[in-house]
Design a protein around this ligand. Sequence first.
Ligand code: COD
Ligand code: ZN
Ligand code: ZN
Length: 377
Amino acid sequence: MATAGKVIKCKAAIIWDVGQLPSVEEVEVAPPRSHEIRVKIVATGICRTDYHVVKGIFANIDYPVIVGHEGAGIVESIGPGVTCVKPGDKVIPLCLTQCGECSCCLSPKTNCCLKNHLYEPIQNLMPDKTSRFTCRGKQIHHFLQMSTFSEYTVVPEASITKIHNDAPLDKVCLFGCAFSTGYGTAINYAQVEPGSTCAVFGLGGVGLSVVIGCKVAGASRIIGIDINKDKFTKAKELGATECIAPQDFKKPMNEVLVEMTGLGVDYAFEVTGNIDIVVTALKSCHLGHGTCVLVGEPPAGAQFSVEPILLLTGRKLTGCLVGGWKLKDAVPKLVSDYMNKKFNMDALITQTLPFDKITEGFELLLAGKSIRCILLF
Ligand code: COD
Ligand code: ZN
Ligand code: ZN
């Protein structure tokens, strides 16, 4: 392409500091270096995790930063050594790397690739500790090696996957994070069995994707729990068999759930990111085998304490990132499954707006009025 090897000027939304919503600016995006790819983002979703960066909830994130991690686009150019994609390919940037070479990538037991920057002190630069973004002469940080709130972004080879060239980018952008996380947690990580009873705490985009996964797995009861009852209609449309709100009960939700089910649920999913819900979800689990899976990430430094007897009597407490999938392998298959109508996640998309209206998109999220708002460049 004519732009290959050159700096591209384009629109991006920058969070200049903690407490500030992203503001749309003109940025310069440098060409990709070795084993990097520059992508023209076509569509990107807004996730609660992006707002966590506005709030300053994550440790080890430097500002200013371009967030956005649910995007899909087209390869504009590739750096030396890139073999997995070529210019013109449709791609999805991945929020967890899969380098294919580290001990975790080579193990079937985990998707926690060691090239993932979660283990590094400052997590939001490219692997060579530099940035490809500048704005008004200032270096701007990346986020999760994706930064999809930029019309052009640069990602490492381990953080991208090629998808089917007929895939609708304005829908499958959600496979970069929300849908893959929720659906994968139920189907791939927890491996919910047919006939199971499941409880899903938090019915946002990720929680509703857990609901879809539980339904596809054949769960017979899927109980949705949310403080916002406006989420119940969509949850039921997507597969929840019952929905309850904590404020409607005097008892703690674990007691309510144990009463509803006899001895507790087979699977409880924590998808609110609220530390107080973790123990409630664990206590909701069936003694002997019930499994509580953490999906949401509470603020850095948050802790919970658990009475050992809950675990000694066979309940399991575990968690995973992005559904436990090795994303480079999994996402193209998920896109094909979607195109073959194995599941439908279109109902997660409640609004589609032009990128310039990103502030409106965040306001809808904060008002509890959007599940997923898709921004189009
Ligand atoms: N009890 C019940 N429901 C609650 C409570 C509570 N105490 N607190 C909040 N909720 C509900 C809200 O009303 C809302 O409906 C839902 O929980 C949260 O939904 P959203 O739309 O705000 O957020 P999502 O679905 O986009 O993301 C939720 C996560 C928990 C996944 C996110 O905040 C997070 O922790 N992300 C980091 C970890 C992770 O899994 N990342 C991959 C996905 S980004
Ligand atoms: Zn997300
Ligand atoms: Zn790896």
